[in-house]
Design a protein around this ligand. Structure first.
Ligand code: PLP
Length: 401
């Protein structure tokens, strides 16, 4: 018998993708908790609220009404029509319901869009700081990520001229995420207009506009880039139910795109998975068309927590936190601490800072390096005010002993 190493048959595609730091930090935090330590976790990327009652009731009803079979690959017509209406009235986007593809989460919608458009070697422009999953998906599809960066001095928003300078004849996609994970930054209408102009001057570039945090915003309106002149044909609008409706575990997202792109995304989905869960789709119609009181209640609580976290962290020497207009994250600039010695401990990088805060002070955060930024920590406030206050006290004691 010949010896066989299962490792040896793994595809280059999978080995090109590394474990994301968020998962690694969450695992470390869980291990420390299991050893009996009182770990405060600020790594969480999902609402700490349960799905509103009326949406859960709608799912039970749909199940009892027989929605337990395969759904059409691009989604149930009832939901796609409700989504077309939502996109029109809330976002000013004019998509026919046949141009909407419902999937198992916004993540799958993004995967569908990337696999539907990229050929080997095609370039995708990412605005750093960015959500790490984009990079892995692009790599798996054979594309190449080209990262352009915006720091604290740009309010974490890449300006149009930087995008223009980065675009080449290989650029096929630009991924935009507003409100942004990890920074909470949101593009204004004027900023999107300038970006749209750059895109429209290019012979073939399209935008994937990831709007998953749309309902978690505090200070400014959400604008969809697809509403900008010339952008209807050049935008794949992605959104989902996970964040705003607290439905992460239900796995439901969608993309709206010009007909040929929607068709290609349906092909990808039909190949890899199939239609999303049928009774979940029916419950999502209730989420869209039913009361939004709970969505607003959660949003208001996130806003109170944001204010608590921003003021608490800004009172710590060495940390600078801009007020995030959306999401449940703050992106805390710690560049003043890097290279310094704190409590006899030299901290060279954000990764070292993150590990030290977790291992010694039992506060879990995510290093900015997981999002293409080496100067900041992502701190999630999708957890109780009590946990947040205690965590801020520990960070303050650690950094300003
Ligand atoms: N896009 C961004 C920016 C996210 O942060 C996330 C989840 O963390 C997703 C997409 C994925 O959302 P879904 O749960 O709908 O797959």
């Amino acid at each position: 018998m010949t010896t066989f190493e299962p490792q040896s048959i793994l595809s280059k595609r999978t080995s090109s993708v590394e474990e994301v730091a968020i998962i690694a930090m969450s695992r470390k935090a869980r291990n420390l908790k299991a050893q009996g330590h009182d770990v405060l976790s600020l790594t969480i990327g999902e609402p700490d609220f349960d799905t509103p009652e009326h949406i859960r009731q709608a799912a039970y009803k749909a199940m009892n009404d027989g929605y337990t079979h395969y759904a059409p690959i691009p989604g149930m017509p009832e939901l796609r029509k409700a989504l077309a209406q939502k996109l029109k009235t809330e976002n000013g986007l004019d998509y026919d319901w046949s141009e909407i593809v419902v999937s198992n989460g916004a993540k799958q919608s993004i995967t569908n869009a990337i696999f539907a458009t990229l050929d080997e070697g095609d370039e995708v422009i990412l605005f750093a700081p960015y959500w790490a999953a984009y990079e892995g998906t692009i790599a798996m599809a054979g594309g190449r990520s080209k990262v352009i960066y915006a720091g604290l001095e740009d309010n974490f928003k890449v300006p149009a001229d930087r995008l223009k300078a980065a675009m080449s004849d290989k650029t096929k996609l630009v991924i935009l995420n507003s409100p942004n994970n990890p920074t909470g930054a949101m593009f204004t209408k004027e900023e999107l207009q300038a970006i749209a102009k750059v895109i429209c001057d290019h012979p073939k570039a399209m935008v994937i506009s990831d709007e998953i945090y749309e309902y978690i915003r505090f200070d400014q309106p959400h604008v969809s880039i697809g509403t900008m002149p010339g952008m209807a044909q050049r935008t794949i609008t992605v959104n989902g139910f996970s964040k705003g409706f607290a439905m992460t575990g239900w796995r439901l997202g969608y993309a709206a795109a010009p007909a040929p792109v929607a068709l290609a995304m349906t092909k990808v989905q039909g190949t890899f998975t199939a239609g999303a869960n049928a009774f979940v789709q029916m419950a999502a119609v209730t989420a869209l068309n039913g009361s939004r009181d709970e969505v607003e209640r959660m949003r208001a609580i996130y806003q109170e927590r944001r204010d608590l976290v921003v003021s608490g962290l800004n009172a710590i020497d060495g940390i600078k936190v801009p007020n995030p207009p959306g999401t449940f994250y703050v992106f805390a600039d710690v560049s003043a601490i890097l290279g310094k010695t704190v409590s006899n401990h030299k901290i060279n990088t954000v990764d070292e800072l993150c590990n030290w805060l977790l291992e010694v002070h039992h506060v879990a955060t995510v290093p900015g390096s997981a999002f293409g930024d080496k100067k900041a920590l992502r701190i999630s406030f999708a957890t109780s005010s009590d946990v947040l206050s205690r965590a801020i006290k520990r960070i303050a004691r650690a950094l300003n002993p």
